[in-house]
Design a protein around this ligand. Structure first.
Ligand code: ZN
Ligand code: ZN
Length: 344
């Protein structure tokens, strides 16, 4: 079998190329995966449109992608429990396991993490948008035969939402406002509904995104600038990263409630009416990535029928990755998927 792969490589802003790469055979504790499907994430789009995510700038060519599923092609000598051709999802996160945060089991805020497709490390960490991929066996999770590929590939972004609900202290019986109806906001809607929230309101500046929020189960949708967003919510999730929305979110939480920040604010500092957090004892929490048990939990939720298919905008073959990134970064798309099947 050939170890040649087709990989989606970012060289800088606006410069994504499909390149041939040679992938090594698996070492003792690795699994070699034939990647079948990938999802383009906000961070991939940021690398494409700006050449950076926050302060992490692409300074050398890097394979993009961290939302991937595939099938097992080969396993290392110390790897058991997998069959050739078995369908799996790859958890893209590898905490160091030795730092103070890892010792507290807060692996998602590890002090020196490795994350697929990230320019946070030097050299950069190549991602999963490669038709052939090596992964540590402990990051590889089997897929249920009843779970379709196009839904299984949501495991990673849904994990972000599972972690956010956990950080918010749960939403069972709660009145929830989700600010921002992008992919993460819409998944927070679906997850809050599935988690027993009493009411889930979603707000955005774009009516077409709100319609997807409605299809994913929102009790009501509010067009920012047009509709009243309401107040007295037990939990407000900010999935927009917009300064005005974050400040506004704090005004809409009830006394003793929680504002959970999931979207990364563009440009750093955000002015906040922080007196409301003091006098109303509103808890403001940040939420970042997820832990491995939350990745497994999100696969259970998807297997159990959490249907995120309204989020799929389009699917491109890896050979057309350039067009996929143009669509994904257009602002009109929700989730664009990349098909890697039979591409090496
Ligand atoms: Zn992602
Ligand atoms: Zn660590």
């Amino acid at each position: 079998m050939s170890n040649q792969a087709k990989a989606v490589v970012i060289h800088g802003a606006g410069d994504v190329r499909v390149e041939d790469r040679t992938v090594a055979s698996p070492s003792a504790e690795e699994v070699q995966v034939d990647v079948t499907l990938g999802g383009i994430c906000g961070s991939d789009i940021s690398y494409y449109s700006k050449g950076a995510v926050g302060r992490f700038t692409v300074t050398a060519p890097m394979v993009l992608g961290h939302e991937v599923i595939g099938t097992v092609r080969d396993v290392g000598s110390r790897v058991g429990g997998f069959e050739d051709g078995q369908r799996i999802a790859v958890d893209p996160s590898s905490p160091c396991l030795t730092c103070d945060r890892c010792r507290e089991q807060r692996f998602n805020i590890c002090l020196s993490p490795i994350f697929l497709g990230s320019a946070s490390t030097q050299p950069h960490t190549d991602g999963g948008f490669s038709s052939l991929l090596l992964s540590k066996a402990k990051n590889v999770v089997p897929l249920d035969s009843g779970l379709a590929d196009e839904l299984a590939v949501f495991a990673e972004p849904l994990s972000v939402c599972v972690h956010a609900v956990e950080r918010a202290g749960g939403v069972s019986g709660a009145r929830v406002l989700v600010a921002g109806a992008g992919p993460i906001g819409c998944m927070l809607v679906a997850l809050s509904v599935a988690s027993g929230a009493a009411e889930v309101v979603v707000a955005d500046v774009a009516a077409d995104r709100l319609e997807i929020g409605r299809r994913l189960g929102a009790s009501s949708v509010r067009l920012v600038g047009n509709d009243d967003l309401g107040a007295g919510y037990d939990v407000v999730f900010d999935a927009s990263g917009a300064a005005t929305a974050i400040a506004d979110g704090l005004e809409r939480v009830r006394r003793g409630g929680t504002l959970c920040l999931v979207g990364l604010p563009h440009g750093g500092s955000v002015p906040m009416p922080i007196h409301l957090s003091v006098t109303g004892e509103v808890t403001v929490v940040g939420s970042f990535r997820f832990n491995h048990h939350e990745f497994r939990r999100s696969l259970e939720l998807l297997t159990g029928g959490l249907n995120l298919s309204p989020l799929i905008s389009n699917r491109y073959h890896v050979h057309d990755a350039g067009a996929a990134f143009v669509e994904a970064s257009s602002g009109d798309a929700m989730k664009v998927q990349l098909d890697f099947s039979q591409s090496s």
